[in-house]
Design a protein around this ligand. Structure first.
Ligand SMILES: *Cc1c(COP(=O)(O)O)cnc(C)c1O
Length: 364
């Protein structure tokens, strides 16, 4: 069957339902972020059944794919639209996240042309230094947006822990609520939603802290991988193996662990001398950097990843208890980086695991 991502929809649904329920106790709804799945309609539908409020993606192509497969859920573009794509954005999305007035003017024209109403959320910069309007300029920007026909100002949002690793906490989240208060005090009650952030907000949201006016989180990684991204720790009660990368062994040999000859840089620039551990059972899997970020692969117990090149993953299987022969399939857990790279690699197929297929997968 070759190199593939196996996606267990039951586990994905469980993860989503668990977080939807926990967050609803805090008055927070979940927007399911589909970008790491390339807008998989199956996963999107599973999340909708699990109770997410709507779907969000950073790529208009992914949103187009979900629309084309008949998904009618509320769809939010969570990256500032490209000026060249405003027509598609208005056509396919109910809402977009915005930071640039020039773009919003174009969205307004595009929406008017289609006799549509398009929702606008304004992203606010709270320190991570990626997208967002500086807080001091927010009210002024809202005033401009309110003048634009066929756009509806819906609220504000922020995104932390992505570019600089700035963690969501009581202070920056309270600031977001305070900014919403300021907008409402200026224009009347017009802030209907506050999107507090991504999976990195879960620790804050579930800590019992006052979540203020935040009523929405945009979750991808936590739903898919059962993991919170600040410390990459599993979230209690969630599955971390809902998605696995299954690769095939193409060579197994007993080899020395220490290379010989004059040592320079390897193909990817590292100096690849590990410690000498004597002769080992070295196996090669047909998985390379063209398939998935090797740093983000977690092998089963007893297997250790030694090196990766474009097409080969070299592992030490000396202590592996399972079968390790040419043709053996080995499942790896993935972090977000490995998942993104594998999902977008043309060499990796995706397979949705059904109950029959689960029996087969169990034996791996
Ligand atoms: C990717 C993304 C998310 C989801 O992040 P996760 O860490 O996968 O939960 C949320 N918001 C924005 C703006 C994003 O780009």
């Amino acid at each position: 069957m070759g190199l593939r991502l196996e996606i267990d929809l039951d586990k994905i649904t469980h993860n989503a339902r668990t977080l939807v329920n926990r967050l609803s106790e805090e008055g927070i709804a979940v927007t399911g972020v589909t970008k790491a799945t390339l807008g998989s309609p199956e996963i999107a539908e599973a999340w909708m059944r699990a109770g997410v409020r709507g779907l969000g993606d950073s790529r208009i192509e992914n949103i187009g794919r979900m629309r084309a497969s008949g998904i009618s859920a509320s769809m939010t573009l969570i990256r500032t639209p490209m000026m060249s794509q405003v027509d598609e954005v208005v056509e396919l999305c109910d809402v977009s996240f915005n930071t640039e007035l020039e773009v919003m003017r174009k969205l307004s024209v595009a929406a008017k042309k289609r006799d549509r109403v398009h929702g606008v959320m304004l992203m606010v910069e709270l320190g991570d230094l990626r997208e967002g309007i500086m807080p001091a300029l927010l009210v002024k920007t809202v005033r401009e947006v309110l003048r634009l026909p066929n756009l509806v100002f819906m609220g504000i949002g922020t995104n932390l822990a992505c570019r600089s690793g700035v963690s969501p906490d009581r202070h920056n989240m309270a600031k977001l609520s305070a900014l919403a208060d300021e907008i409402d005090a200026t224009f009347g009650p017009i802030v209907t939603s506050i999107s507090g952030g991504n999976s990195a907000n879960l620790e804050w949201a579930l800590s019992g802290a006052d979540t203020g006016r935040v009523d929405d989180l945009r979750l991808g990684e936590a739903l898919l991988l059962g993991c919170e991204p600040l410390n990459r720790q599993p979230i209690k009660g969630l599955h971390c193996d809902a998605i696995r990368l299954v690769g095939e062994v193409i060579e197994v040999k007993t080899k020395p662990s220490k290379p010989w000859g004059r040592i320079a840089q390897s193909a990817f620039g590292e100096v690849a001398i590990g410690r000498d551990r004597g002769p080992i059972t070295q196996a090669i899997l047909a998985i390379g950097r063209q398939d998935a970020d090797p740093e983000g692969l977690v092998p089963p117990r007893g297997l250790e990843i030694l090196a990766a090149s474009s097409d080969h993953l070299v592992v030490d299987g000396t202590r592996y208890r399972g079968s390790l022969k040419v043709g053996t399939e080995i499942p790896f857990q993935l972090n977000y980086s490995a998942l993104l790279s594998a999902m977008t690699s043309p060499f990796v197929s995706t397979m949705i695991i059904t109950p029959q297929a689960r029996l087969h997968a169990k034996r791996l």
